[in-house]
Write a protein that binds this ligand. Sequence first.
Ligand code: TEU
Length: 517
Amino acid sequence: GPRPSWWRNAVFYQVYVRSFADSDADGVGDLEGIVSRLGYLELLGVDALWLTPFYRSPMADHGYDVADPRDVDPMFGTLGDFDVLLTEAHKRGIKVTVDVVPNHTSNQHAWFKSAMAAAPGSPERERYVFRDGRGPDGAEPPNNWVSVFGGPAWTQVPDGQWYLHLFAPQQPDLNWADAEVRYDLERTLRFWLERGVDGFRIDVAHGMAKPPALPDMDVSTAGFGGDTVDDPRFDNDGVHEIHQMIRKVLDEHPGTMAVGEIWVNDEERLARYLRPDELHLAFNFRLVLTHFDADAMRTSIERSLAVPRAAGAPATWTLSNHDVWRTASRYGGGPAGVRRARAMALVELALPGAVYLYNGEELGLENVELPPGAMQDPRARTQGPEFSRDAARVPMPWDGDLPPFGFSRNPRTWLPMPAAWADLTVERQLEDDGSTLTLYRRAVELRKSHPAFRVGDELEWYGAPAGCFAFRRGKDGLICALNTSASSIALPPGELLLSSSPLVDGRLPPDATAWLV
Ligand code: TEU
């Protein structure tokens, strides 16, 4: 029979491959490096990994511009290295899920090269979204769409046609009405499934089906970036056929799953993508977009639970990923920011559903001030350095007292590592009972083993002072209390399991969370 849905309450760990561990001293992380750090991931206790793209790519968007989705880029290693990683992870009981990027290819993909060489209206052009321009002699883009990375979402080619790219010009959007495009995704899914992956993360899962007429958009409201992640361009049902095809392929491999990256603003629209014959999970970015305030967080949590439940899907929780500021920095940075991030870590790990951690959040890492010349994010090139996402992509500090802290044997890492991280290395934090890493290890261990977590998905909210909340899971499950107020509060009755900061005279201090049973 079907294996239990292991993903419903799993703790996933996002490995940003280029920043995790470098085995060949080129200053960039790679697959073999991840193998050398699997012992750490086992110690952390995560159930599954999400590996960001390691496919053949010119790296215009750090690998989210894929030139061959069925081959490993030499920068990250070989297919053989991937097979070793999969085997070694499975030996340790860690599942492996990988990214797929179906919305677009790299402009170095063989398909786009042949589209550029072909004539307007040719089958090669049909695989992408090519249109004649508007205005006299088609010198204007076909519509007013803007790219996520700023600037028009169209680039003109020598013969006068324009092609669509929701992201960088090096990322031409595929035409999902084209049968070959759909079949190629099936091939890619089967390729990795047959190698033994346990699932996928579907990049820009809602963006693949554009309204066929490509109508102008209200640029004042829509578009990604910052906290305006809503985008009515994709408010259409075209994507369901694609998600049903993905699910059909996955169902050939029982026990595998897919999570959709669906950046839409309101839960009601998110619910449209949570159907039992489509993707198993959808990322819920609500907590990423909520400021550190218990009342706002409670509203976000309640909304984030209600929608998936209505659709019969598990909730998902995340505070952090490679596209947004580090959590501690979003909460103001410095010791207070780290304290708040630790408090929210215990909230996300207390909740029913799948939790996605981003590598380094368990170390309490903050954004790194990068010299403008060091940033490689295409977004920074078009929108300015303050839009660079690289500040949250600086390599992991493992051990030692000096950069690159065991990430590489090469001190010239692809992003510079701050000397101040000497106090934050994995080695230091493993030995420190009060470290953020120790907190995460204990929380993940309790979440996996303590009976207080083997309860239903219902939350029972307690009355709480302003700026605080407390909920109990199920009937007699875990109690989680968050204090975002300026003063310490008395805890609900119960035995203390864990707190993100030490209690003061038995009370929960500001910017802290406690778990009780
Ligand atoms: O991100 C999709 C995307 O929409 C994000 O850019 C998000 O909207 C924005 O950062 C929110 O502020 C995916 C990948 O996660 C991202 O790294 C890639 O750059 C992008 O797709 C293109 O593949």
